[in-house]
Design a protein around this ligand. Sequence first.
Ligand code: PLP
Length: 400
Amino acid sequence: MNSSAYLDHAATTPTRPEVVAAISEQLVAGGNASSLHTVGRAARKVVEESREAVARALGCGPSEVVFTSGGTESDNLAVKGTFWHRRAQDPRRTRVLVGTTEHHAVLDAVEHLVDHDGATVDWIEVDRLGRSDPAQVRELIERDPASVALVSMMWANNEVGTIQPVADVAAVAHEHGIPMHTDAVQAVGQVPVDFTASGADLLTASAHKFGGPLGAGVLLARRDAALTPITHGGGQERQLRSGTLNTPGIRGMALAASLATQDLPGEQDRLAALRDKLIRGALDLGLDIEVTGAHEVGNVSARLAGNAHLRVPGCDGDSLLYLLDAAGIECSTGSACQAGVPQPSHVLLAMGISEDDARGALRLTLGHTSTDADVAAFLEALPAAVERARRARSASRGGR
Ligand code: PLP
C-alpha cells in the first residue's frame, strides 16, 4: 500500500491544477493593473473580474473586496486599522474584545496595540469544545460600550476546527454600533461563508487555504467600515492597501474561490465522512487516544468537516509528528515552537486542557485532494509511532 499521505490542509492545501494554469497564463500576460496602456488595462480587467468572482463566492459586493497578500496582512489591517481609526474618532475607545483561541495574526496585532497604542484587551473565553458564548461578549461590551474599539472573533479555529457563532456576536456588537472582524481563513472552502449574511464588518480570507496560491488574500470590508491603512504608497484598493496588485495571484485566488464554493455541500459531506472515519479509527485502536472539541458523526456545523484533532497521552506531539513523517504521513501538532522548544498550544490551554494533556496533540486536516487511502495510511502508521513516541518519552523522563 502506498503509505504517503498529506494530512495538513489547514497549514496549506495544494494549489488546484486549473489555478496553476490560470496563474501561469497571467504571469505571461503581464501588465500593471494601474497602467493606462493596453496591457495595463487588460490586467485591470482581470483584477475587476476576479473581484466579482470573489464577491460571488463569499457573499458580498465587489466594492467590498480589498486584495492583500494573505491572512496575516488582512488580520493586521482589520485589527490595527479599525482600532486606530476608531480611537482617533474618540479617545475613549481603547478596549479590544478578542477570542482567546485566535490565530497569532490577530493575537499579536492586538498585542502590538497594547504595547504601543494604549489598547487594553478583554478576552472572549471558550468552553471545553472551543466555543465562545455571545452572552459573554454582551456582558463585556455592556460594562462600558463607549470604550470598545472593536470585536474580533474567528469563524473557525485552525487547530481544533471549532466553528464560532459569528453572526450572533456581530449582532451583539452592532446593538452598540461596534464593528466586528472575523478571521475566516480556515472557514472558506470548508463551510459556506456569506459575508453579508454574517453581519460582520470585516472578514479575512487567504487563498492558499482553499486551493489558491500562497501570498494572496482578501479583507472584505463593508463600504462603511472605516479603517486607517497600515501601508502607504500608491493608494490602491480604496486607499486601504497600497501596492501594485498581484494580478496573477488575484486571478488564481478568484478561480480557487469559485471552485471551492461551487460544490461545497457535497465536499463537506465527503470530508466529514473521511474525518469521522479517521477519528473513529484512531479511537478504536485501544491507545487511550482522545478527540479534542466537538465530535458528532456527520456534523459540519460545530466542527470543520476537514478537521480532526487527537490527543495521545504519554507522548510528545513533536515526536509523533517526526515518526509519522518518517512513515510518510504529513500532519501537524497544531502549535508552534518557540526557540526550538515545543510549546503547549494556547488554544488547548484556553479550552481547559492541562499542559500535560496538550503535549500529545496531533492535528490531522483534510482537503480537496484527501482520500480514503490517506486515512487508512494514517491509521496503519499510528500504533507504531505512538509506541515509539511513548518509549522515547518514558526514557527521557527516566533519565532525569
Ligand atoms: N488566520 C488563521 C486562522 C490561519 O489559520 C492562518 C494561517 O494558518 C492565518 C490567519 C494566516 O494566514 P496567511 O498564511 O495567509 O498569512
